[in-house]
Design a protein around this ligand. Structure first.
Ligand SMILES: Cc1ncc(COP(=O)(O)OP(=O)(O)O)c(N)n1
Ligand SMILES: Cc1nc(C(=O)O)sc1CCOP(=O)(O)O
Ligand SMILES: [Mg+2]
Length: 211
């Protein structure tokens, strides 16, 4: 089975009331990794939405990753959490979530950060941004050849993020990314399900990587 290359970032600022139907459309399009990214600070909303996404992901055999918040991941029994460099200690997150949890760590443009993340128990490392991003315009840039170096040296699955589209994504898969983390290009599409499916036609989709 070719690996579906999309790691869908469901960002609530962009999606608002469309969150659940948009996520479901992406899942119907074959997405197997979905991240809940919410910066509202509204705890009731976060619990409600993450719980609903958990049900959707279970129904579609997909993994749900919660951005920033290991406690919310624990509470809704998500598959894991994504942590940035200032989002808390990954060792502590691993203790809270257990050995089977997926813990992803942002490493910007740094192999050294990725080595450090590996030592701290990361399941995957994320690099970016590779192209200008509408979702996170202030994200610092990273060069595509970083993915090649990371693949050769880090020994963990590699996620690329930031301004990725159907048109530029193949170059990052060719450079060494296992997954393309995408928000705007997927969720702004008029037909999200079809857009997700079209990512499967990108050259260089790898065989399934088991985490
Ligand atoms: C898959 C993936 N990679 C990177 C990020 C960015 O995380 P972070 O640096 O913590 O920034 P915020 O997304 O929290 O603004 C991510 N969320 N997912
Ligand atoms: C959440 C996030 N983190 C980034 C980083 O570089 O660390 S770029 C980004 C936004 C990804 O959304 P889009 O596909 O719309 O650019
Ligand atoms: Mg974060």
């Amino acid at each position: 089975m070719p690996l579906h290359p999309l790691y869908a970032i469901a960002d609530t600022t962009a999606l608002a009331e469309r969150l659940l139907p948009a996520a479901e459309a992406a899942l119907r399009g074959g997405v197997r990794w979905l991240q809940y990214r919410d910066k509202s600070g509204d705890q009731a909303r976060r619990l409600r939405e993450a719980t609903a996404l958990r049900t959707l992901c279970l129904n579609h055999g997909a993994r749900l990753i919660i951005n920033d918040d290991p406690e919310l991941a624990l509470r809704v029994q998500a598959d894991g959490v994504h942590l940035g460099q200032t989002d808390g200690d990954p060792v502590r997150a691993r203790q809270r979530l257990g050995s089977r949890a997926i813990i992803g760590i942002t490493c910007h443009d740094s192999i050294a950060l990725a080595q450090h993340a590996k030592c701290a128990g990361a399941s995957y490392v994320a690099f970016g941004r590779f192209f200008p991003s509408r979702t996170k315009p202030d994200a610092p840039p990273a060069p595509a050849d970083l993915l090649t170096r990371a693949r050769a040296t880090v020994g963990l699955p590699v996620v690329a993020i930031g301004g990725i589209t159907l048109e530029n994504g193949a170059s990052l898969l060719e450079a060494g990314a296992d997954w393309l983390a995408v928000s705007h290009d997927l969720f702004s599409a008029p037909d999200i399900e079809r857009r997700a499916r079209t990512y499967l036609t990108l050259p260089c989709c790898r065989e399934e990587t088991v985490l």
